[in-house]
Design a binder for this molecule. Structure first.
Ligand code: SAM
Ligand code: SF4
Ligand code: FES
Length: 348
């Protein structure tokens, strides 16, 4: 396959926001130079969002989880994790620090922790909403009932991140034990949309048993769901999981998928993920140049950060919030973008 052939596919993808499966497969799996793919994705991102990079302050508020996903270091079967839950005071103090630093979106992320009943979580969301009415509140706490999602929305949550993980049922069943359901996760995503959340789907690139045609199924599923946010990063192994021996995903493939997604979903909010920054020191900058427009720095208290270990060698576990922000500001500038203090809602 020649560079000209790749360029032709990229132009067609940009124009039609779509390609036949076989052409998408070529783009995702090529070993050729894909700079034209990344350049076109960057152009499209600049047309819609300019040079802006939106920040989301991530608060990892509990690492308890009732699930046993085979890939994740927080799985309930991992007895080596030191479990923690942040108090409401801790969480509000993370928000206060974040607000002073210019964050206008807070992301509350955690394992599926039964302690955070609807009452407790709604009270927390209401308190944050009351203190910071101009800020967006994003939740990422896994699968809950439709009623729970409705109550949380009423309490003030605006957005929800729930990666679909894989659109292929057989693949989903290889990544999760039998008590987890591919169908329920999809249902949750549609329910969240109906309730008026800005919804984030997504997946790990290179998760065990994933094939390139699974990635095409992921793209087709996302075309149907039409998410506002799409979170993708490389799969990274964790030594205390059943998948410890499986290799990490590829950075280059992650970047190719990011650019393909930007061309298929021009308006999407796409993070350059911490996993991308973990797999390579310049991963997040390369992610921005490949079409990403969001960064999610950590606002959790430093004392708990190393315990939220979903994969090995996670970056930013020793730095205070202000240090991470200063570091990121430099990275954003060096990559040719502009950090903005803004809720950063999706443009449609
Ligand atoms: N418990 C919630 C859930 O699963 O939706 C939110 C927290 S969970 C840690 C957030 C995301 O981390 C998951 O959706 C998954 O894609 C990602 N993740 C988990 N283990 C990972 C790994 N080993 N490598 C890369 N990403 C991982
Ligand atoms: Fe729990 Fe989420 Fe990790 Fe699965 S990915 S074990 S649901 S924290
Ligand atoms: Fe966290 Fe660089 S972004 S230390």
């Amino acid at each position: 396959m020649t560079d000209r052939h790749i360029e032709a596919l990229v132009s067609e993808l940009r124009e039609h926001r779509d390609l036949p499966d076989a052409s998408l497969l070529e783009l995702l799996s090529t070993e050729q130079d894909t700079s034209s793919l990344h350049l076109q994705a960057d152009e499209v991102r600049r047309q819609i969002y300019g040079k802006s990079v939106f920040l989301r302050g991530l608060i990892e508020f509990t690492n308890y989880c009732k699930n046993d996903c085979y890939y994740c270091g927080l799985r309930r079967g991992n007895s080596r994790v030191q479990r923690y839950r942040l108090s409401d005071e801790d969480i509000l103090s993370c928000c206060a620090t974040g607000y002073k630093l210019g964050y206008r979106t807070f992301v509350l992320q955690g394992g599926e922790d039964g302690y955070f009943s609807d009452e407790r979580l709604c009270a927390l969301v209401s308190a944050i909403h009351a203190q910071y009415p101009e800020c967006a509140i994003t939740l990422s706490v896994g699968e809950r009932s439709a009623d729970s999602y409705r109550r949380l929305r009423q309490a003030g949550a605006d957005r929800y991140l729930l990666r679909h993980e894989t659109a292929n049922r057989g693949h989903y069943e290889k990544l999760h034990p039998a008590d987890m359901s591919w169908g329920n996760r999809r249902r949750c995503l549609y329910t969240l949309k109906e309730l008026g959340y800005q919804v984030g789907a997504g997946l790990m690139v290179g998760s065990p048993f994933q094939t390139d045609s699974n990635l095409i199924e992921d793209l087709r599923f996302m075309q149907e769901l039409s998410p506002d946010m799409i979170g993708i990063g490389p799969y990274l192994s964790h030594s205390d999981t059943p998948f410890a021996a499986y290799p990490n995903g590829s950075m280059r493939k992650t970047l190719r998928l990011l650019s393909v997604i930007r061309l298929m979903f021009p308006y999407a909010l796409l993070p350059a993920t911490t996993a991308l920054g973990t797999i390579s020191p310049k991963g997040r900058e390369l992610g921005l140049k490949a079409g990403a427009n969001v960064l999610m720095p950590n606002l959790s208290p430093v004392r708990v950060r190393k315990h939220y270990s979903i994969y090995d060698n996670k970056i930013c576990t020793g730095e205070e919030a202000a240090e991470c922000l200063a570091c990121l500001a430099g990275r954003i500038k060096s990559a040719g973008y502009e950090l903005v203090s803004d809720r950063g809602d999706v443009r449609r």
